[in-house]
Design a protein. Structure first.
Length: 427
C-alpha cells in the first residue's frame, strides 16, 4: 500500500465549518453526545458500594462493571470507526443508540452480577457510537485552532456532564435504587434518537472510504505507523487512564472510607468535574498548544507524589480533595491537547482516528479500574496514580520534540516522520 490514507478524498482547504443557528445546534448536540458517554459510567458511580451488597459480591467484581463498559466502548469504536468512514456518521449514530437503549433496559432486570456485566458490555458497545463521533464530527468540519476551539468548547461545557451525573445518580439511587439510573440512561438515549434527524451528515459521499470493505480497517495499520498520531493518542490514553483510576476509586474512598452518603459523594464528584472543564479551556491559552501538555505532565508527577505521601500518612478527605482539584485541571488540559493534535493529524480518516483515540483510553481504563480496588484501597490507588503520572510525563516529553502543526495543512497520516528536532515554534 502506498503512503496515503485509503480514502477517496485528499486534504481540503482550511474549513471553518458551519456557523449561525446550526452551529449552536451542533455544539449542543456534540455536548449531549459527549455527556452521554460520561453518563454511562459516571451516573452509576454512587451506587457501586450498594451494588456490592445487592449482588452479594466483592468490590473488584462490581468495579468490573466499569471495565466491561470500557471494553464495549473500545471494541465498539474499533468496529464503528471504519463503518462511519464508509457509510457516514448518521446511520452509525442511529444504530449505536438503539443498541445502547436495549442494553440499558435489560440491565435493570439483571439477577446476577454476571448478567449485569454482560449488559454493561452491550451498553458500552452502544454508547461508543456517540462518544467517538463527538470527536469525529468536529474533525469533519474544522481544522487547526478552529478545531481546537470547538474541542475545548465542547469539553468545557461537557464538564458539567460528569459534574451533574453523580449528583443525579445519587438522587435517583436514593429514591428508587440503582436500577432507576439505567431507566434514566434509557431515556437519555431516546432523546438523542429524537434529535439525530436534525443533525446534517458531516461526511459527504465524496469524502467517504472507497473500495472493498476491508480497506477501512487497513487504515488502522496506516495510522499506527504515524509517530505523530501515536504519540498524541498515547498521551490522551494515559491521561484518560488516570481519570478512570480516580473515578473507580472515589466511590469507595469517599463513601466507605470517609463515610459520606451517595448524594454527598455526587456533590464531591460534581464540583471536581468542573475543574476538568477549567483545564480544557485553559489549554487554549498556550501557544504552541502542546506546551499545555508539557506543563500539565510535569505538574501531575508532583501532584501524584504528594497524593502518594498523603494516602500513606494523612487521613483527611479535605487533603484528598485539595489534591484532586489540580490533578483534574491538568487532566483537562491533556484531554484538549491530545484530542486536538491527534484528530488534526488523523483527520483524513477521522472515524478510524477517533476510534483509536477512544480505544487507547479504554485500554488504560479497563486495566486500572480493578487495580485500584485490590488490597488496601488507599495504597493501591496511590501507587496506580503515581505510576500513571510517570507514564503521562514520558508522553509529554515525546510530544515536546514534535513540531507544532495546528495551523499548517496536516500531512498524510501515513507519513513516516524522520526524527524531529525539539520545536517550540508558534502554531
Amino acid at each position: 500500500m502506498n503512503n496515503s490514507i485509503s480514502t477517496s478524498h485528499a486534504p481540503g482547504s482550511a474549513e471553518q465549518g458551519p456557523t449561525g443557528g446550526y452551529y449552536v445546534f451542533l455544539i449542543i448536540y456534540l455536548v449531549l453526545l459527549c455527556a452521554f458517554g460520561s453518563f454511562v459510567n459516571d451516573m452509576y458511580l454512587p451506587t457501586l458500594p450498594e451494588m456490592v451488597r445487592s449482588f452479594h459480591t466483592s468490590r473488584p467484581t462490581v468495579q468490573l462493571g466499569l471495565t466491561f463498559g470500557m471494553i464495549g466502548l473500545g471494541v465498539g469504536e474499533i468496529i464503528l470507526g471504519p463503518l462511519s468512514d464508509r457509510y457516514g456518521r448518521k446511520p452509525i449514530l442511529f444504530g449505536s443508540l438503539i443498541v445502547f437503549a436495549i442494553g440499558a433496559m435489560c440491565s435493570v432486570w439483571s439477577k446476577t452480577i454476571h448478567i449485569f456485566l454482560f449488559w454493561r458490555l452491550i451498553q458500552g458497545l452502544g454508547a461508543s457510537g456517540g462518544y467517538f463521533l463527538a470527536r469525529t464530527i468536529p474533525a469533519d468540519l474544522y481544522r487547526g485552532r478552529a478545531l481546537a476551539k470547538v474541542m475545548a468548547l465542547v469539553g468545557a461545557i461537557n464538564g458539567f456532564a460528569p459534574a451533574s451525573a453523580p449528583v443525579i445518580g445519587g438522587l435517583v439511587a436514593k429514591s428508587v435504587g440503582w436500577q432507576g439510573i439505567f431507566w434514566v440512561l434509557f431515556g437519555f438515549s431516546c432523546i438523542l434518537l429524537i434529535l439525530t434527524p436534525a443533525y446534517k451528515e458531516s461526511l459527504p459521499a465524496s469524502r467517504r472510504v472507497s473500495g472493498h470493505f476491508g480497506v477501512a480497517f487497513k487504515n488502522y495499520a496506516i495510522l499506527s505507523r504515524n509517530k505523530y498520531f501515536v504519540t498524541h493518542v498515547m498521551l490522551k490514553g494515559s491521561a484518560l487512564g488516570m481519570l478512570f483510576a480516580y473515578i473507580s476509586s472515589a466511590p469507595f474512598i469517599i463513601q466507605d472510607h470517609y463515610g459520606y452518603d451517595q448524594l454527598q459523594f455526587g456533590l464531591f464528584m460534581g464540583v471536581n468535574a468542573i475543574f476538568v472543564a477549567i483545564g480544557s479551556t485553559l489549554a487554549l491559552r498556550f501557544k504552541p498548544l502542546k506546551k499545555a501538555a508539557i506543563i500539565a505532565g510535569r505538574s501531575l508527577v508532583i501532584i501524584a507524589a504528594a497524593q502518594f505521601a498523603c494516602f500513606y500518612t494523612v487521613n483527611s478527605v479535605w487533603v484528598y480533595e485539595a489534591l484532586n482539584l489540580p490533578m483534574l485541571v491538568c487532566l483537562g488540559m491533556l484531554f484538549t491537547v491530545g484530542n486536538t493534535l491527534a484528530m488534526n493529524e488523523g483527520r483524513e480518516c477521522a472515524g478510524d482516528a477517533s476510534a483509536l483515540i477512544g480505544l487507547m483510553g479504554y485500554v488504560f481504563g479497563a486495566i486500572v479500574s480493578p487495580l485500584v480496588g485490590m488490597g488496601d484501597l488507599l495504597h493501591s490507588t496511590a501507587i496506580t496514580l503515581l505510576a500513571l503520572s510517570v507514564i503521562i510525563l514520558i508522553f509529554t516529553r515525546m510530544t515536546r520534540v514534535l513540531p507544532a502543526d495546528l495551523t499548517a495543512t496536516p500531512q498524510s497520516a501515513m507519513r513516516q516522520a524522520a526524527p524531529a528536532q525539539p520545536s517550540e515554534s508558534k502554531e
